[in-house]
Design a protein around this ligand. Structure first.
Ligand SMILES: Nc1ncnc2c1ncn2[C@@H]1O[C@H](COP(=O)(O)OP(=O)(O)OP(=O)(O)O)[C@@H](O)[C@H]1O
Ligand SMILES: [Mg+2]
Length: 224
Protein backbone atom coordinates (compact mmCIF):
# COMPACT_ATOMS: atom_id res chain seq x y z
CA UNK A 1 0.00 0.00 0.00
CA UNK A 2 1.46 3.32 -1.05
CA UNK A 3 -0.22 5.54 1.51
CA UNK A 4 2.22 7.60 3.49
CA UNK A 5 -0.18 9.20 5.97
CA UNK A 6 -1.87 6.11 7.29
CA UNK A 7 -3.98 8.05 9.80
CA UNK A 8 -5.47 11.46 9.09
CA UNK A 9 -7.87 13.30 11.35
CA UNK A 10 -9.08 16.72 10.28
CA UNK A 11 -11.16 19.18 12.28
CA UNK A 12 -12.45 16.54 14.65
CA UNK A 13 -15.12 17.62 17.09
CA UNK A 14 -16.45 15.18 19.64
CA UNK A 15 -18.43 15.55 22.85
CA UNK A 16 -20.45 13.45 25.25
CA UNK A 17 -23.33 15.74 26.21
CA UNK A 18 -21.81 19.02 27.30
CA UNK A 19 -18.40 17.41 27.89
CA UNK A 20 -16.29 18.45 24.87
CA UNK A 21 -13.44 15.98 24.35
CA UNK A 22 -12.04 17.13 21.01
CA UNK A 23 -12.37 20.59 19.58
CA UNK A 24 -10.95 21.06 16.12
CA UNK A 25 -8.32 18.35 16.46
CA UNK A 26 -5.96 17.45 13.62
CA UNK A 27 -3.63 14.43 13.68
CA UNK A 28 -1.48 13.06 10.90
CA UNK A 29 0.42 9.84 11.42
CA UNK A 30 2.85 8.39 8.92
CA UNK A 31 2.94 4.74 8.07
CA UNK A 32 5.40 2.84 10.29
CA UNK A 33 5.29 5.38 13.14
CA UNK A 34 5.30 4.55 16.82
CA UNK A 35 3.18 7.16 18.58
CA UNK A 36 2.66 7.47 22.31
CA UNK A 37 -0.57 9.12 23.40
CA UNK A 38 -0.77 10.75 26.82
CA UNK A 39 -3.26 12.93 28.66
CA UNK A 40 -4.92 13.06 32.05
CA UNK A 41 -7.44 10.43 33.05
CA UNK A 42 -10.67 11.42 31.31
CA UNK A 43 -8.92 13.54 28.67
CA UNK A 44 -10.10 11.26 25.86
CA UNK A 45 -7.31 8.76 25.06
CA UNK A 46 -9.64 5.76 24.89
CA UNK A 47 -12.20 7.73 22.91
CA UNK A 48 -9.56 8.78 20.39
CA UNK A 49 -8.39 5.18 19.93
CA UNK A 50 -12.00 4.07 19.48
CA UNK A 51 -12.44 6.71 16.79
CA UNK A 52 -9.38 5.28 15.02
CA UNK A 53 -10.83 1.79 15.48
CA UNK A 54 -14.16 2.83 13.97
CA UNK A 55 -16.10 2.08 17.15
CA UNK A 56 -17.02 5.72 17.68
CA UNK A 57 -17.80 8.26 14.98
CA UNK A 58 -16.82 11.81 15.83
CA UNK A 59 -19.73 14.28 15.78
CA UNK A 60 -17.97 16.11 12.98
CA UNK A 61 -14.73 16.07 11.06
CA UNK A 62 -12.87 13.90 8.61
CA UNK A 63 -11.21 10.58 9.42
CA UNK A 64 -9.08 8.60 7.03
CA UNK A 65 -7.49 5.29 7.96
CA UNK A 66 -5.26 3.46 5.50
CA UNK A 67 -6.78 5.43 2.65
CA UNK A 68 -10.39 4.76 3.64
CA UNK A 69 -12.43 7.80 4.61
CA UNK A 70 -15.19 7.73 7.09
CA UNK A 71 -17.32 9.91 9.25
CA UNK A 72 -20.79 10.07 10.70
CA UNK A 73 -22.36 9.15 7.37
CA UNK A 74 -20.54 5.99 6.41
CA UNK A 75 -20.19 3.66 9.32
CA UNK A 76 -19.73 0.02 8.45
CA UNK A 77 -16.83 0.80 6.11
CA UNK A 78 -14.55 -0.55 8.84
CA UNK A 79 -15.34 -4.13 7.97
CA UNK A 80 -12.68 -3.83 5.27
CA UNK A 81 -10.14 -2.95 7.87
CA UNK A 82 -11.38 -4.97 10.82
CA UNK A 83 -8.47 -7.42 10.77
CA UNK A 84 -5.94 -4.83 9.73
CA UNK A 85 -6.62 -2.35 12.51
CA UNK A 86 -6.63 -4.11 15.86
CA UNK A 87 -7.07 -2.74 19.35
CA UNK A 88 -5.90 -3.83 22.77
CA UNK A 89 -8.77 -2.55 24.87
CA UNK A 90 -8.14 -1.05 28.30
CA UNK A 91 -10.68 -3.52 29.70
CA UNK A 92 -9.43 -6.46 27.55
CA UNK A 93 -12.88 -7.71 26.34
CA UNK A 94 -11.98 -11.41 26.42
CA UNK A 95 -14.32 -14.37 26.10
CA UNK A 96 -14.08 -15.16 29.80
CA UNK A 97 -15.32 -18.75 29.68
CA UNK A 98 -12.97 -19.71 26.86
CA UNK A 99 -9.33 -20.70 27.08
CA UNK A 100 -6.32 -18.47 26.53
CA UNK A 101 -5.54 -20.11 23.20
CA UNK A 102 -9.16 -19.99 21.98
CA UNK A 103 -9.22 -16.24 22.60
CA UNK A 104 -5.94 -15.60 20.84
CA UNK A 105 -6.61 -17.72 17.78
CA UNK A 106 -10.11 -16.37 17.18
CA UNK A 107 -9.14 -13.58 14.74
CA UNK A 108 -7.12 -16.06 12.64
CA UNK A 109 -10.13 -18.36 12.36
CA UNK A 110 -12.25 -15.43 11.23
CA UNK A 111 -9.65 -14.70 8.55
CA UNK A 112 -9.89 -18.25 7.23
CA UNK A 113 -6.27 -19.13 7.95
CA UNK A 114 -5.47 -22.86 7.80
CA UNK A 115 -5.24 -24.92 10.96
CA UNK A 116 -1.53 -25.64 10.50
CA UNK A 117 -0.75 -21.96 10.07
CA UNK A 118 -2.94 -21.06 13.03
CA UNK A 119 -1.12 -23.53 15.30
CA UNK A 120 2.25 -22.27 14.17
CA UNK A 121 1.47 -18.63 14.79
CA UNK A 122 -0.28 -19.41 18.05
CA UNK A 123 2.75 -21.26 19.43
CA UNK A 124 5.05 -18.38 18.60
CA UNK A 125 2.76 -15.74 20.10
CA UNK A 126 2.20 -17.80 23.27
CA UNK A 127 5.94 -18.05 23.73
CA UNK A 128 6.50 -14.38 22.97
CA UNK A 129 4.00 -13.31 25.63
CA UNK A 130 5.00 -15.99 28.15
CA UNK A 131 1.57 -17.61 28.07
CA UNK A 132 2.51 -21.14 27.02
CA UNK A 133 2.10 -22.68 30.47
CA UNK A 134 -1.42 -21.32 30.86
CA UNK A 135 -2.59 -21.77 27.27
CA UNK A 136 -5.39 -24.17 28.28
CA UNK A 137 -6.62 -22.09 31.24
CA UNK A 138 -9.92 -20.30 31.09
CA UNK A 139 -9.68 -16.53 30.97
CA UNK A 140 -11.88 -16.01 34.01
CA UNK A 141 -9.19 -17.70 36.13
CA UNK A 142 -6.36 -15.37 35.05
CA UNK A 143 -4.65 -12.50 36.84
CA UNK A 144 -4.96 -8.96 35.47
CA UNK A 145 -1.50 -9.08 33.90
CA UNK A 146 -2.20 -12.45 32.29
CA UNK A 147 -5.47 -11.18 30.83
CA UNK A 148 -3.68 -8.14 29.52
CA UNK A 149 -1.13 -10.35 27.76
CA UNK A 150 -3.92 -12.43 26.20
CA UNK A 151 -5.51 -9.25 24.84
CA UNK A 152 -2.13 -8.17 23.46
CA UNK A 153 -1.54 -11.57 21.85
CA UNK A 154 -4.96 -11.53 20.19
CA UNK A 155 -4.32 -8.08 18.75
CA UNK A 156 -0.85 -8.80 17.35
CA UNK A 157 -1.32 -12.35 16.06
CA UNK A 158 -2.86 -10.99 12.84
CA UNK A 159 0.17 -8.80 12.07
CA UNK A 160 -1.99 -5.71 11.91
CA UNK A 161 -1.39 -2.72 9.70
CA UNK A 162 -2.28 -0.48 12.64
CA UNK A 163 -2.21 -1.48 16.31
CA UNK A 164 -4.14 0.64 18.80
CA UNK A 165 -2.93 -0.14 22.31
CA UNK A 166 -4.91 1.32 25.21
CA UNK A 167 -2.66 1.37 28.28
CA UNK A 168 -1.39 -2.11 27.41
CA UNK A 169 1.14 -2.04 30.24
CA UNK A 170 -1.32 -0.89 32.91
CA UNK A 171 -1.33 -4.31 34.58
CA UNK A 172 2.23 -5.39 33.84
CA UNK A 173 5.29 -5.28 36.06
CA UNK A 174 8.42 -3.35 35.03
CA UNK A 175 10.18 -6.27 33.43
CA UNK A 176 7.13 -7.19 31.37
CA UNK A 177 6.56 -3.56 30.41
CA UNK A 178 10.03 -3.24 28.91
CA UNK A 179 9.64 -6.64 27.26
CA UNK A 180 6.32 -5.65 25.73
CA UNK A 181 7.74 -2.40 24.36
CA UNK A 182 10.48 -4.45 22.68
CA UNK A 183 7.92 -6.88 21.21
CA UNK A 184 5.80 -4.03 19.87
CA UNK A 185 8.89 -2.33 18.50
CA UNK A 186 9.71 -5.50 16.62
CA UNK A 187 6.26 -5.50 14.97
CA UNK A 188 6.63 -1.78 14.35
CA UNK A 189 9.93 -2.25 12.52
CA UNK A 190 8.17 -4.84 10.36
CA UNK A 191 5.57 -2.33 9.28
CA UNK A 192 2.88 -2.07 11.95
CA UNK A 193 1.95 1.51 12.81
CA UNK A 194 1.39 1.79 16.56
CA UNK A 195 -0.61 4.22 18.67
CA UNK A 196 0.04 3.52 22.33
CA UNK A 197 -1.96 5.28 25.06
CA UNK A 198 -0.20 5.48 28.41
CA UNK A 199 0.07 7.44 31.62
CA UNK A 200 3.83 7.07 31.48
CA UNK A 201 5.51 9.43 28.99
CA UNK A 202 8.87 7.99 30.11
CA UNK A 203 8.19 4.96 27.91
CA UNK A 204 9.06 7.09 24.90
CA UNK A 205 12.72 6.79 25.89
CA UNK A 206 12.62 3.11 24.99
CA UNK A 207 11.56 3.68 21.39
CA UNK A 208 13.89 5.57 19.11
CA UNK A 209 12.24 8.05 16.74
CA UNK A 210 8.86 7.67 18.42
CA UNK A 211 6.40 10.55 18.73
CA UNK A 212 4.51 11.70 21.78
CA UNK A 213 1.17 13.42 21.44
CA UNK A 214 -0.66 14.79 24.42
CA UNK A 215 -4.35 15.58 24.85
CA UNK A 216 -5.00 18.73 26.82
CA UNK A 217 -8.01 21.08 26.92
CA UNK A 218 -9.70 19.19 24.06
CA UNK A 219 -6.67 19.75 21.82
CA UNK A 220 -3.62 17.77 20.76
CA UNK A 221 -0.09 18.88 21.54
CA UNK A 222 3.01 17.36 20.01
CA UNK A 223 5.72 16.94 22.66
CA UNK A 224 9.40 17.09 21.74
N1 LIG B 1 -19.93 6.46 26.11
C1 LIG B 1 -19.73 7.54 26.87
N2 LIG B 1 -20.77 8.30 27.28
C2 LIG B 1 -20.59 9.41 28.01
N3 LIG B 1 -19.39 9.85 28.42
C3 LIG B 1 -18.32 9.15 28.05
C4 LIG B 1 -18.43 7.95 27.26
N4 LIG B 1 -17.19 7.46 27.05
C5 LIG B 1 -16.34 8.30 27.67
N5 LIG B 1 -17.01 9.31 28.28
C6 LIG B 1 -16.41 10.41 29.03
O1 LIG B 1 -15.44 11.01 28.19
C7 LIG B 1 -14.28 11.36 28.92
C8 LIG B 1 -13.07 10.71 28.29
O2 LIG B 1 -13.11 9.31 28.49
P1 LIG B 1 -11.93 8.37 28.00
O3 LIG B 1 -12.27 7.01 28.44
O4 LIG B 1 -11.70 8.60 26.56
O5 LIG B 1 -10.69 8.97 28.82
P2 LIG B 1 -9.20 8.42 28.99
O6 LIG B 1 -8.26 9.54 28.65
O7 LIG B 1 -9.05 7.16 28.25
O8 LIG B 1 -9.11 8.16 30.57
P3 LIG B 1 -8.28 7.04 31.40
O9 LIG B 1 -6.85 7.53 31.43
O10 LIG B 1 -8.91 7.07 32.75
O11 LIG B 1 -8.44 5.73 30.70
C9 LIG B 1 -14.54 10.95 30.35
O12 LIG B 1 -14.96 12.11 31.05
C10 LIG B 1 -15.64 9.93 30.25
O13 LIG B 1 -16.44 9.94 31.39
MG1 LIG C 1 -8.71 5.22 28.81
Amino acid sequence: MGIKKIIKLKNIFHAFGSRVLFNNVNIWIERGSFVFLTGDSGSGKTTLLKILHGEISPLSGYVSIAGINFGPRNKGFMHNLRRKVTMIHQDFILLEDRSVEDNIVLPLRAMGISKTQRQKRLDIILRTLELTKIRKNRCNSLSGGEKQRVAIARAIIVNPLILLADEPTGNLDNRQTIRLIKILRHFNLHGTTIVFATHNPELKRHVENSRLIHIINSKIQEIG
